[in-house]
Ligand binder design. Structure first.
Ligand code: FE
Ligand code: FE
Ligand code: ZN
Length: 277
């Protein structure tokens, strides 16, 4: 059975969030470990974390994903900005270990004029500093749309980061369908070709999670604007090809689509489950 869920908020507690996921028909989900704008995190409620872990196990959930604040820039030129990213990520890895959530996803950053090579070097160096023996969380690099000066907009750039990490067994990839499509990989029409390329450049064994989003812009436009499933240029047929692809179908999928109400995610989860063969 397809593993699918959506982005949820832990503001009413971790166990409550997991129960909400169940009510929506989800068997995985994603959440921000702290305010998505990157401010200070509430202290972790250990009992609540343990309760969530037990609930996920008892209810047959696939792995869930913790997402780093999207405002972090791990390859920022300004030392304060880069240090802030490092502090947040370090603390998040400790929290993930305490919550027993296996994966921590982050955006590799924007080089803002320093050049792609420098951006890759800085993000790699940051990973080398934070991946130590104190935690065991697997860090996932998200594939990006290549919007503005984002790094990680090609499989080669993602691979270059992984290659620079000493503890590369601690690094995986989260493929965002909107982002790769925007970056110029036509995963809607030719998922086989795109995934063959992914396998050749990065290796499918690194792929741990899928962000399932349609795209408001055409393939190759480098614009990161998510659309609801079937309402963008990937379309329902493209989505069907993606969720049924043998290389993907057993991975956890998470919706990051623009909806106001949780009910709409329940509907979308049902829609996607209905597309599976
Ligand atoms: Fe993301
Ligand atoms: Fe994403
Ligand atoms: Zn995005």
């Amino acid at each position: 059975m397809l593993h699918i869920g959506c982005h949820l908020s832990p503001s009413d507690g971790l166990l409550k969030m997991a129960k909400t996921a169940s009510l929506l028909g989800a068997d995985t989900f994603q959440f921000f470990s702290r305010n998505p704008r990157g401010s200070k995190a509430k202290p972790l409620d250990e009992a609540d974390a343990a309760a969530m872990h037990a609930y996920l196990g008892d209810n047959g959930f696939a792995p869930v994903l913790v997402h780093a604040p999207y405002t972090l820039n791990p390859c920022a030129e300004k030392p304060e900005t880069a240090q802030f990213a490092e502090l947040c990520m370090r603390d998040d890895l400790v929290r993930c270990t305490a919550m027993k959530t296996p994966f921590y996803n982050f955006h590799p950053g924007s080089h803002v004029g320093q050049g792609i090579g420098v951006g890759i070097e800085k993000t790699t160096a940051l990973l080398n500093r934070i991946l130590d023996d104190s935690t065991d969380t697997i860090v996932l690099i998200e594939t990006m749309a290549g919007q503005g000066s984002e790094i990680g907009g090609t499989f080669e750039q993602v691979k270059a980061i992984i290659d620079g990490v000493e503890r590369s067994a601690r690094v995986g990839v989260c493929l965002d369908t909107c982002h790769v499509f925007a970056a110029g990989y036509n995963i809607a029409n030719d998922p086989d070709g795109v995934l063959t390329q992914f396998d050749r450049v990065i290796g499918l064994d690194r792929l741990k999670f899928i962000h399932l989003n349609d795209s408001k812009f055409e393939c190759g436009e480098h614009k990161d604007r998510h659309a609801a499933i079937g309402e963008g240029f990937i379309g329902l047929e493209g989505m069907g090809r993606i969720v049924n692809h043998p290389a993907l179908k057993d991975l956890p999928f998470c919706l990051e689509t623009p909806h106001e109400k949780l009910d709409e995610y329940a509907d979308e989860i049902r829609l996607v489950r209905g597309m599976t063969e």
